[in-house]
Design a binder for this molecule. Structure first.
Ligand code: SF4
Ligand code: FE2
Length: 627
């Protein structure tokens, strides 16, 4: 066993780009060159275009915009709007899931798969569960969850999952999120021309807006997806472009909402569709994923992961992709023109993400079955149009074990303790490993790829460094896929760990880096941190645990970062948030917020130093606890 190297990833990409050049395709690599150097005002966050007296940009000669706003106000407003964009996006995904939950029926497209989890959440929310029909309960829970988006009074229900200490910090700092949509609206209102320009106030609302995502909309997304599609448990799969199959119809699912991808997987197994594929000359139908949709179906079904964010063009460049089926978020508009250079059908499905040069097949929860069947049929029939001379699938793939929800982690780690039965089913075995020093701590590594960082390199190098230092790594999003593609989710990767983590991997039979899901599933990490805090009696901020997003790029990532920090977890970034034009906003994010939430951001673009800084922070926290 050995890891696949980033050099091998890059060689595979180069070979695919040769095909691209042959057919006259554009690529993100070319577009990065065309866009470099980037606009300096934008990079530093000091360009304002929120009113038509502007746009205004801050220079030595012009230190204020026409309205008199300075660099701090402009960078702060931009940062808050950036966060609101992310919070809205995650939360709207969560809302779609709540609507889908409203359609569940025993003979419907969607069913309740994890009734026990639904009942557990209902009890948390004070809803009567005794003697209730599970579908009736699901509908009531869906309505209550949807009310969280617009309720006129009160704060988010999920906040009660946090330890008392954290809840008090949130209350005192006035960052408890009220209705989810309200925090987005407040952010837009505050940043309208002529409202807030005080960095402290803007950063505070950025935390609250982020909180409405992680402790609001994203948590709805994760929890009710589990109710409908099953709570993930460890499952074996494979990752990297080599999961695509030359002799089969390849359907790539890309985007975020499992309501679509789950149905595509169902119909790809439909005997009628498989028979149709055979008549087209294919040996079957192969579904593989890109981005978070891939995480969702990998965690619940073991569907292979073709690649992460910056691999999305590569799947088309293989020449063997019959259809790339997308729903929402992180989808390159480039897929339209690119797919036209091949036989690939680029199928958009959501009114939220409509793009030129795509086939729009609208997907609705109510008609999900027929929509999915139509999509699968379109892909299968397209097999005949494949241009054999353009087909090249890089033969890179690794085995991965994925599916570590909080429930699964707790259950799996029961295996590492010999102690009393009363710790079973809690996070205490994990805490024992940490206090005894067998594990030094944990890092939650999340986020995207970004061409500003050598793609996947930061993720993979940091993971290797952390596990070698006996730090267990939990992952989500494109970070998780980088790990899987490299082979770090193969249980045999335990040999790359320090002695302590290696022992834990052997006892619990886990890989050294644990796949916790998609980006909305970072809410799982918040639940895990809360459980660790309650089981140890320590505030979250004192646990030797940090967050890291080394290659982040989206607004969603900033929203995530804000709620992770607001939950008391120091967060390390490998890409600059666009605020460096303001010393004050920078101060608030990297220091100031600490007095509210006991954590803050660290930005370090040198990956080696970023890793050292995380290890140092973990060791500092251990020293402070005397462990
Ligand atoms: Fe310029 Fe102020 Fe308008 Fe922004 S709000 S564009 S700084 S005048
Ligand atoms: Fe994502």
């Amino acid at each position: 066993f050995r890891l696949t190297t980033v050099e091998e990833f890059e060689a595979a990409t180069d070979r695919l780009l040769e095909t691209g050049a042959k057919v006259g395709a554009d690529s993100w690599q070319m577009r990065v060159k065309n866009q470099t150097p980037h606009c300096k005002f934008g990079e530093e966050g000091i360009c304002c275009r929120i009113c038509s007296m502007g746009p205004c940009r801050i220079t030595k000669k012009a230190p204020r915009g026409i309205c008199g706003c300075d660099a701090h106000g402009i960078a702060g407003r931009n940062f808050l709007r950036f966060t609101a964009g992310g919070a809205a996006t995650h939360s709207d995904h969560g809302r779609e899931i709540c609507h889908t939950l409203h359609t569940v029926a025993p003979d419907g497209n969607y069913k309740v798969k994890d009734a026990e989890k639904l009942i557990r959440i209902a009890k948390e929310w004070g809803v009567e569960t005794e003697g209730r029909d599970i579908y009736e309960l699901a509908h009531e829970m869906s309505e209550l969850a949807l009310m969280e988006y617009g309720k006129p009074f009160g704060v988010q229900r999920w906040l009660k999952r946090a330890p008392e200490h954290t809840q008090k910090l949130w209350h005192d700092a006035e960052i408890e999120p009220r209705a989810i949509d309200r925090e987005v609206s407040t952010a837009m209102h505050m940043t309208h021309m002529g409202n807030s320009s005080k960095p402290e106030a803007l950063v505070r609302q950025a935390l609250r807006s982020g909180m409405s995502d992680g402790w609001g909309g994203s948590m709805c997304g994760t929890e009710f997806s589990d109710v409908m599609f099953g709570t993930p448990k460890p499952v074996d799969t494979e990752a990297n472009l080599g999961v695509m199959k030359e002799d089969q119809v390849n359907i790539i699912v890309h985007g975020h909402d499992p309501s679509l991808s789950e149905m595509i997987c169902e119909y790809a197994d439909d005997p009628e569709m498989v028979a149709l594929a055979k008549t087209m000359g294919a040996n079957g139908i192969n579904v593989a994923g890109v981005c978070c949709t891939s995480n969702e179906v990998a965690m619940r079904r073991g569907v292979p992961m073709a690649g992460n964010f910056l691999q999305q063009e590569n799947v088309v460049l293989t020449g063997a992709c019959e259809a790339i089926v997308v729903d929402v978020q992180c989808i390159f508009p480039a897929l339209g023109p690119l797919s036209k250079c091949f036989h690939t059908k680029f199928i958009t499905t959501s009114p939220i993400a409509q793009m030129p040069d795509s086939d729009f097949i609208r997907f609705n929860a109510e008609t999900a079955g027929e929509n999915a069947k139509k999509i699968v049929r379109t892909a299968v029939e397209n097999f005949a149009n494949r241009k054999q001379e353009l087909v090249h699938i890089p033969q890179l793939k690794q085995k991965a074990t994925v599916g570590y929800s909080v429930e699964a982690i707790v259950k799996t780690l029961d295996g590492v303790t010999n102690s009393q039965v009363d710790v079973l089913g809690t996070t205490k075995p994990l805490l024992e490993c940490i206090t005894s020093g067998v594990l030094r701590g944990a890092v939650a590594m999340v986020g995207c790829n970004n061409p500003r960082v050598r793609p996947d390199y930061a993720h993979i190098e940091l993971m290797k460094k952390l596990i070698k230092n006996d730090i267990i790594v939990i992952l989500s999003g494109c970070s998780a896929q980088a790990a899987a593609r490299a082979g770090l989710m193969d249980k045999r990767a335990k040999d790359l760990c320090g002695a302590g983590l290696k022992r834990v991997c052997e006892l619990a039979d886990i890989p050294p880096v644990l796949h916790m899901g998609s980006c909305v599933d970072i809410s799982r990490m918040m639940v895990l941190a809360s459980e660790l805090s309650k089981d140890s009696g320590l505030p979250i901020s004192k646990l030797p645990v940090v967050g890291c997003a080394p290659e982040w790029m989206s607004e969603k990532a900033v929203s995530i970062g804000n709620y992770v920090v607001a939950t008391g977890i120091d967060t390390f970034l490998g890409v600059d948030p666009q605020v460096s034009g303001s010393s004050e906003v920078t101060y608030w994010l990297t220091e100031g917020v600490r007095k509210w939430v006991e954590a803050a951001y660290t930005v370090e673009k040198d990956i080696e130093k970023l890793g050292d800084a995380m290890i140092a922070r973990i060791e500092e926290k251990r020293a402070a606890l005397g462990i």
